[in-house]
Design a protein around this ligand. Structure first.
Ligand SMILES: *[C@@H]1O[C@H](CO)[C@@H](O)[C@H](O)[C@H]1NC(C)=O
Ligand SMILES: *[C@@H]1O[C@H](CO)[C@@H](O)[C@H](O)[C@H]1NC(C)=O
Ligand SMILES: *[C@@H]1O[C@H](CO)[C@@H](O)[C@H](O)[C@H]1NC(C)=O
Ligand SMILES: *[C@@H]1O[C@H](CO)[C@@H](O)[C@H](O)[C@H]1NC(C)=O
Ligand SMILES: *[C@@H]1O[C@H](CO)[C@@H](O)[C@H](O)[C@H]1NC(C)=O
Ligand SMILES: *[C@@H]1O[C@H](CO)[C@@H](O)[C@H](O)[C@H]1NC(C)=O
Ligand SMILES: *[C@@H]1O[C@H](CO)[C@@H](O)[C@H](O)[C@H]1NC(C)=O
Ligand SMILES: *[C@@H]1O[C@H](CO)[C@@H](O)[C@H](O)[C@H]1NC(C)=O
Ligand SMILES: *[C@@H]1O[C@H](CO)[C@@H](O)[C@H](O)[C@H]1NC(C)=O
Ligand SMILES: *[C@@H]1O[C@H](CO)[C@@H](O)[C@H](O)[C@H]1NC(C)=O
Ligand SMILES: *[C@@H]1O[C@H](CO)[C@@H](O)[C@H](O)[C@H]1NC(C)=O
Ligand SMILES: *[C@@H]1O[C@H](CO)[C@@H](O)[C@H](O)[C@H]1NC(C)=O
Length: 524
């Protein structure tokens, strides 16, 4: 349900965009500007621009939240007794950003150090990948050490309500209440810095009977049992992220096997730090897949729905996407690897893993580590994580999958294709604005200029991807009209199709459009 108010806002914004767009039309008689591929620098935007959402989106979310009353602001302040999080003041670098962490949680909730000391230490062990090197297998252990403080249910409900628009926990059905409380408890944890982390490894049983559909092509490792301690203590945010060469102990060499090998990883001293490590052969195809609005229904571009889908509702697969992935997992060679890379904050990782492992092929994971959570304006976390996996597997090919509503994806994916031309096999982007009328946020296809137009595809539904021969580089389903203008576009706003007179030629023009839109929105 869209409120009249937001409908009005959407229409106004659409009108403004059209206006701004028309104003920005280049002189049709002028010579076409030379093709320019954006340089791989992260240019500071005129306004704070986050990796995950466009500013327009943030603006709208901010507005929506504020319209929900200043109460929300008050509830933050009264529940936490802290200053407003940057979410409300700073151009929203993501829904969860600026959340209190560590000792802030403690002091704002009046929890004593002794109470916390009595709580068990928990470890989030994010399923790692490993590459084959001269020193053997090299595993990237990453995750977080934390404790869950005692917070009363009523306080948890207050905190959860902050994330809901036009509703509250007590109005939700029982299963959704449980979800909202679960995620809220997972967010308000106290991270443990300066901890040593020890792991114990052993072969993981083969896929099949263990609830991972498709299994991500992995086999039971023929060895690898060992204990190890990470070389560094956790950061002050409780994070660890380090490559550790492990002992062979019977494992197959990555340059000699055609199979992904899986190891069970247990963290010493806790039952919560279990994970599966994926030892990935030197060559083969790795799928790097975003999750929101591509593997599950999120509607991140529609704040009220997006928040409900993230905080309350059970995660739901997007159409028949699981079939498409299962088919890839079954039919592509055994050295195919799946890596799920989302910029959702680390605290939500367990919910995402839980959903993925029940629904999609098994694979390694990346989420947004905490030390990136407070809006590092100079660094795109997605590009950082993407570069890391590309550098770790210089001989593998990558298939990149996401949707058009992430502005960082729209720059980072084509950028990787420019930077690693021999490694990006295919880019698949779901055009959310083609099928969902609530997505009126424009996306930008400028980064795709100069790329082989058979190496990427914009699609509308999972079946558009059926029947592609990815192994042989057939990434385009010729029956799907592409409409790529190499500029700003949006199907809902009717900005697409023939690009002739519509190109925005320079970032100055773009800046102008953005500024105009922002000015309009702010006056609403
Ligand atoms: C595999 O890698 C190891 C270690 O780098 C090396 O000693 C060995 O010769 C390689 N084998 C092949 C078949 O390339
Ligand atoms: C929330 O749910 C996830 C996934 O089911 C589970 O792993 C996790 O332990 C729960 N977290 C809390 C704080 O209850
Ligand atoms: C972590 O391990 C190192 C090396 O063994 C040791 O020097 C350090 O004191 C340990 N830190 C803690 C907090 O136990
Ligand atoms: C690893 O450590 C566990 C106890 O944490 C011990 O039971 C086991 O024997 C050790 N395994 C090896 C291979 O050292
Ligand atoms: C594992 O943890 C126990 C206490 O929980 C400790 O006594 C033991 O030394 C640890 N083992 C390693 C290998 O860190
Ligand atoms: C982690 O593994 C241990 C050992 O197999 C098991 O006892 C424990 O229940 C597992 N924890 C979770 C959360 O599955
Ligand atoms: C993939 O691995 C399985 C299990 O080892 C094996 O039976 C199958 O033949 C392999 N497939 C290919 C194409 O190598
Ligand atoms: C922010 O990004 C810069 C540039 O890459 C980096 O040097 C710095 O360490 C980052 N800061 C944090 C807190 O991650
Ligand atoms: C393995 O990964 C590390 C970390 O990204 C990287 O520095 C190294 O070059 C990789 N090794 C090989 C042989 O690809
Ligand atoms: C391209 O535009 C046509 C006409 O509006 C639309 O039907 C189609 O869905 C668009 N294609 C994609 C991939 O969005
Ligand atoms: C292309 O897309 C259509 C429509 O979704 C689908 O029926 C077809 O299987 C897809 N694949 C190929 C190779 O045409
Ligand atoms: C399944 O995947 C294979 C290989 O990628 C492809 O040839 C086949 O057409 C796919 N089938 C469907 C229904 O997607």
């Amino acid at each position: 349900m869209v409120s009249t108010r937001s409908q009005q806002r959407a229409l106004l914004l659409a009108a403004t965009l059209r206006l701004a767009h028309a104003a920005a039309l280049p002189d049709p008689t002028a010579a076409p500007a030379p093709v320019q591929v954006a340089a791989p620098i992260i240019t500071p935007a005129a306004i704070r621009f986050d990796s995950r959402h466009s500013y327009l989106q943030k603006r709208n979310l901010l507005d929506d939240i504020k319209s929900g009353v200043d109460d929300i602001a008050h509830s933050w302040a009264s529940v936490l007794g802290t200053d407003l999080p940057s979410l409300f003041t700073d151009g929203i670098p993501g829904w969860f950003d600026g959340l209190p962490t560590g000792t802030q949680v403690l002091s704002s909730l009046g929890i004593g150090d002794d109470d916390l000391a009595a709580k068990p230490t928990e470890v989030l062990n994010v399923p790692p990948y490993a590459n084959w090197t001269d020193q053997g297998w090299n595993v990237r252990f990453h995750g977080n050490v934390y404790k869950i403080p005692d917070i009363s249910q009523s306080k948890i409900d207050d905190l959860a309500n902050v994330f809901l628009i036009d509703t509250s926990v007590d109005k939700l059905p029982a299963d959704e209440q449980a979800n909202a409380r679960n995620l809220t408890r997972s967010i308000f944890i106290v991270q443990q810095g300066h901890e040593n982390v020890s792991m114990s490894l052993e072969p993981a049983p083969s896929q099949g009977g263990d609830g991972e559909p498709g299994g991500g092509n992995a086999v039971t490792a023929p060895g690898g049992t060992q204990n190890l301690t990470l070389p560094y203590e956790t950061t002050i945010e409780g994070d660890f992220d380090v490559f550790v060469p492990i002992k062979q102990n019977g494992l197959l060499a990555g340059n000699e096997t055609k199979n992904v090998q899986r190891l069970n990883v247990y963290t010493n001293g806790t039952l919560s730090g279990n994970a599966t490590a994926f030892l990935v052969p030197t060559e083969g195809i790795t799928f790097i897949s975003d999750i929101d609005d591509i593997l599950r229904v999120t509607k991140i571009y529609d704040p009220k729905e997006g928040l409900l889908n993230s905080f309350a509702r059970n995660f739901t697969p997007w159409m028949n996407m699981p079939e498409i992935y299962a088919n890839w997992s079954r039919t592509l060679p055994n050295n195919t690897h799946f890596h799920y890379l989302t910029t959702t904050p680390e605290q939500a990782t367990r919910n995402y893993m839980d959903f993925i492992y029940k629904t999609y092929p098994g694979g390694s994971f990346d989420t947004r580590p905490l030390n990136f959570s407070n809006g590092n304006a100079t660094l795109s976390i997605r590009l950082f994580l993407l570069n890391k996996i590309f550098e770790t597997f210089p001989q593998r090919k990558f298939v990149l999958v996401a949707d058009t509503s992430n502005s960082d994806v729209m720059t980072d994916y084509p950028q990787l294709a420019h930077d690693y031309p021999n490694q990006v096999q295919c880019i698949f982007l779901r055009n959310t604005s083609a099928t969902d009328s609530s997505d009126w946020f424009p996306y930008n296809t400028a980064g795709f200029e100069g790329l082989n137009n058979k190496s990427y595809m914009f699609f509308r539904e999972p079946n558009d991807l059926a029947g592609l021969d990815i192994y042989n580089g057939q990434c385009l389903n010729e029956t799907i009209p592409q409409n790529v203008t190499f500029s700003r576009q949006d199907e809902v706003l009717g900005i697409h199709g023939d690009s002739a007179g519509r190109k925005l030629q320079s970032s100055a023009t773009l800046g102008f459009v953005v500024a105009l839109v922002v000015a309009m929105v702010m006056t609403l």
